[in-house]
Design a protein around this ligand. Structure first.
Ligand SMILES: [Zn+2]
Length: 277
């Protein structure tokens, strides 16, 4: 059994009441750590990675509002790529969730809410739908994200890319895209993708040149390009006449931190602990 076959099996058995349902991370050394992209919804905090049955130290957790991938060389793609190349991630999972508020908010509602925060429509990008990447179906959103990741020139043909949906009420996992199946046919398709992605790679290069000017790639550390980009962006913002908010000092930690009362569990948690051997 491969990693996600074992994860889905253990998750479903745990939900069916099997107290021994679990998985032994040692059996999946070659398939861990896992890189996951999820939404920012705080209801996911107690669920992951527990409902996957893998330990937190093997779970590289990326989050953005709505677990949206906007393009093959977007910022989130950059992080997914580095999670594999620098942090040793072996598989990628895009994990959507039920009842996602990003999916439920319409563009008109979003514009109204931003206006209430003092963000006027004319300051927002013209292609506002595309920019915020809003969606109406959580499943379709995951399928789209998996498709973009699989075809991104930043990932390559060796990393399985899965798509899942987690139920925020029960912790049940639904496997929408089996990354192992598609991986088998990917090597041949990769040649084609690599060719067709030529313009994408060029776009990436010109974007980098634009931001880093005379800096040379080999001597440049990854973060520097981003920093330059952010500086550039903040200069543009200043030219727009907008002011950065004043930096507030962090509150000083007190000797004994205030105790945070933990709410009672709102649902039977699916805890895939140490299962049988
Ligand atoms: Zn969400």
């Amino acid at each position: 059994m491969r990693l996600f076959e074992a994860i889905i099996d253990a998750n479903h058995r745990a939900l069916a009441g099997d107290p021994n349902a679990g998985l032994h991370p040692a059996d999946f050394e070659n398939e861990l750590p896992l890189v996951a992209l999820t939404c920012i919804d705080p209801r996911l905090n107690p669920l992951l990675p527990a409902v996957l049955g893998i330990p937190p130290e093997q779970f590289i957790w990326l989050r953005n509002a709505g677990n949206i991938i906007t393009g093959p060389i977007s910022s989130t793609m950059r992080s997914l790529s580095l999670a594999c190349a620098v942090k040793g991630g072996k598989e990628i999972a895009i994990i959507g969730h039920t009842d996602c508020l990003v999916g439920k908010t319409t563009m008109m509602e979003l514009i109204e809410r931003l206006r209430a925060l003092g963000v006027e429509r004319h300051l927002l990008p013209d292609n506002i739908n595309e920019y915020f990447g809003t969606f109406s179906s959580e499943r379709q959103n995951v399928l789209k994200a998996v498709d973009i990741v699989r075809h991104s020139p930043l990932i390559g043909p060796k990393i399985p890319v899965h798509g899942l949906l987690v139920d925020v009420g029960t912790g049940k996992l639904d496997w929408l895209v089996n990354g192992y199946q598609t991986l088998d046919t990917l090597s041949s398709r990769w040649q084609e993708v690599a060719k067709s992605a030529g313009h994408t790679v060029d776009a990436l290069r010109s974007l980098a040149d634009f931001n880093i000017g005379e800096m040379k790639f080999p001597e440049t550390k990854i973060g520097e390009i981003v920093t330059r980009g952010e500086n550039w962006l903040s200069e543009q913002m200043h030219q727009l006449g907008t002011q950065s908010p004043p930096v507030r000092a962090e509150p000083k930690p007190t000797a004994t931190p205030p105790k945070i009362p933990l709410p009672p569990p709102i649902r039977p948690r699916v805890l895939l602990g140490r299962g049988r051997k």
